[in-house]
Design a protein around this ligand. Structure first.
Ligand code: 13P
Ligand code: ZN
Length: 271
């Protein structure tokens, strides 16, 4: 098994553009303080860029189990952050800190095909389960992000905020943008072992209803048409969390926009 010498991105500007977006977002995660050490992970579905040459590339790793079987992923290709790799390194050198994988025909295994044999993120079961569901739903989404935003994670340490839609309503009411640009709000997954299939299953359960899912005392997952839009959802929610905390720090409980004001937005933006 030999590692490929030239990058899979060479002469593939459309694929490179998507990887550039991953690198851009990885830089934001580090700058925001959401990506301590190797914290967080990103995957994107790049199947549409898999030309005949990519499809015949020999694997550069053994076949690894996904841990679960995901029928909608047959013949799919993904770019994945490497496990234990730093976001700040992914930002500067994406192809050294992530890799392209091919899903095996049994939909339960994968192999690495480019550029280097960088083992994908430990949260691969969650990421691939999210992609499987996105493909099955036909929503056209191609990106999944998991990150550790400080304030949003802090909020999951409070039982009241873990009740269905309590955090959604609170965060929506802090600033109109959040109501408009995170229109489905956020789902909650009670604490589960990181990287487990149980966490993956609980995540996709919430994903039926929401585009953003909080993992109690751990982090957040978001999906979107591309990685920039997935990041944006976490960004607006985080902004709301910061406004809430700023108000509490100034010694008062923020009033929040009224239901009427939020409904007005819902109608105006067709949400
Ligand atoms: P990886 O380095 O394996 O991607 O793990 C980071 C993380 O946030 C686990 O939840
Ligand atoms: Zn994590």
């Amino acid at each position: 098994m030999q590692e490929s010498i030239k990058s899979i991105l060479e002469n593939r500007p459309a694929l490179k553009a998507e990887i550039d977006k991953v690198a851009e977002v990885a830089g934001y995660l580090w700058q925001r303080g959401w990506a301590e050490r190797n914290g967080g992970n990103i995957t994107i579905n790049i199947t549409e860029y898999a030309d005949d040459e990519i499809r015949t590339l020999a694997p550069i790793s053994e076949r690894y189990p996904i841990g679960t079987t995901l029928p909608a992923l047959k013949g799919c290709y993904f770019f994945c952050k490497g496990t234990n790799r730093r976001m700040r390194d992914l930002a500067r050198r994406p192809m050294e800190n992530g890799s392209v994988i091919r899903i095996a025909d049994d939909c339960a295994h994968y192999e690495i095909i480019a550029d280097r044999a960088v083992k994908p993120t430990s949260e691969l079961a969650s990421h691939l389960s999210m992609h499987n569901q996105m493909i099955a739903s036909g929503n056209g989404y191609k990106a999944a992000i998991h990150t550790h935003p400080i304030e949003l994670v802090a909020m999951t340490h409070h039982a009241e905020f873990l009740k269905k839609d309590v955090l959604t309503r609170l965060l929506w009411s802090m600033i109109p943008e959040t109501r408009a640009f995170c229109p489905k709000g956020l789902g909650i997954v009670p604490y589960k072992m990181p990287s487990s299939v149980e966490l993956a299953d609980a995540t996709i359960e919430q994903l039926r209803e929401y585009d953003v899912v909080m993992w109690e005392k751990h982090g957040v997952c978001a999906v979107g048409p591309d990685i920039i839009e997935a990041f944006d959802q976490v960004d607006v929610l985080s902004k709301s969390a910061l406004i809430y905390i700023a108000a509490r720090n100034m010694g008062f409980v923020p009033e929040g926009m009224s239901d009427a004001q939020m409904n007005e937005l819902k109608e105006a933006f067709n949400l």
